[in-house]
Ligand binder design. Structure first.
Ligand SMILES: Nc1ncnc2c1ncn2[C@@H]1O[C@H](COP(=O)(O)OP(=O)(O)OP(=O)(O)O)[C@@H](O)[C@H]1O
Ligand code: SF4
Ligand SMILES: [Mg+2]
Length: 326
């Protein structure tokens, strides 16, 4: 099976500050990130603010450049793809943002907003346009009579449905959902999550689902990848990662969930995330890890198999071997 998206050793840094004697200082935002999204699969990406989630989303859509790393989309090498081919592939890769209000043009009617991507790719033109617009409104549960309204006439949840309809308009194969429900009230979050889950089933779309909220990610994802300071800490099937995390950072994220039943396994994170300008040596999580040993500072732990299809980047096999909670 050809993956929808495959990424190998993605690295991204930003130059910061003024040039000094030794050149510009760099802020390394992503370090050796590899991932795969299969057809029809939802890969959840979770991590605290600043861990690099949006940067991954933008890099895989080629909205920003990365310094190194292999990327293929439906088997095509995104690093060497000719610009005209990338333009054509853009139809198949879409993004839904956190703030639908900021990403919707307040002056445009929903009809104009949904028509734009169809015009760009020459789809559903002429008499086929109206039925397509009505179909899209139906797919996201919006009244077709609203087509001529503008964004300010909708609630937050409705606006996010418009954002989803806009992404779906061109029948993409893959959508990056970047904090797509984070700005919504909890009850509306559940409705929009259910809609995305249904659409993913009915349309066979793959999602890279980004959120800082593990419980949201778990609801919709087949597999979950946990990011900390631009590095992958753990990746594997959603249930395994959530119910029996093997990495202390994942365990801490699980612990922070309000539904946790077994208090005894609770891991509280102390301190702040270190600056990406000056990350800890060895394991980047070691300054906040309750299990850190001197050896954790020596080398960056490899991602290695940890049972149940999971990979984890921790040198300690002697901890977290039991189910964290049920
Ligand atoms: N254009 C930029 N120039 C410099 N630094 C940037 C730029 N974009 C992002 N960063 C930095 O890269 C790091 C990762 O940012 P990113 O937006 O990917 O994190 P995130 O995990 O999506 O966070 P959040 O949960 O807050 O959305 C942060 O330290 C951020 O400040
Ligand atoms: S390698 Fe060490 S510091 Fe890093 S998560 Fe494992 S025990 Fe903690
Ligand atoms: Mg982000």
């Amino acid at each position: 099976m050809v993956p929808i998206l495959e990424v190998h050793d993605l690295n991204k840094h930003y130059p910061v500050g003024r040039s000094g004697l030794f050149g510009k200082k760099r802020m390394q935002v992503l370090r050796d990130v590899s991932l795969r999204v299969d057809p029809g699969e939802v890969l959840g990406l979770v991590g605290e603010s600043g861990s690099g989630k949006s940067t991954i989303g933008k890099a895989v859509l080629r909205l920003i450049d990365s310094q190194s790393g292999g990327m293929t989309f439906m088997g095509e090498d995104l690093n060497t793809i000719p610009p005209e081919r990338l333009r054509a592939l853009r139809k198949d890769m879409q993004i839904i943002f956190q703030d639908p209000y900021a990403s919707l043009d307040p002056r445009k009617t929903i009809r104009a907003t949904l028509s734009e991507p169809l015009d760009t790719h020459g789809l559903h033109t002429g008499p086929a346009r109206e039925p397509r617009l009505l179909e899209l409104m139906g797919m996201v549960g919006l009244n077709p009579a609203f087509l001529d309204r503008r964004p300010h006439e909708f609630s937050g949840g409705q606006r996010q449905r418009i954002g989803i309809a806009r992404a779906l308009a061109v029948e993409p194969k893959f959508i990056v959902c970047d904090e797509a429900v984070s700005a919504l009230d909890v009850s509306i979050q559940a409705q929009v999550l259910n809609l995305l889950a249904d659409l993913r089933q009915s349309q066979g779309i793959s999602l890279l689902f980004i959120s800082h909220d593990l419980s949201v990610v778990r609801f919709i994802s087949d597999r979950i990848m946990v990011l900390y300071l631009g590095r992958v800490m753990e990746v594997g099937p959603a249930d395994a990662v959530h119910f029996a995390p093997r990495h202390p950072y994942t365990a801490a994220l699980v612990s922070a969930e309000p539904s946790l039943k077994h208090e005894s396994r609770r891991i509280r994170l102390e301190g702040d995330i270190p600056s990406p300008l000056d990350p800890p040596s060895g394991c980047v999580f070691r300054t906040r890890c309750p299990y850190a040993l001197p050896a954790c500072a020596a080398a960056v732990p490899d991602l290695r198999p940890a049972g149940d299809g999971r990979m984890t980047a921790c040198i300690r096999d002697d901890i977290l071997q039991e189910t964290a909670h049920d």
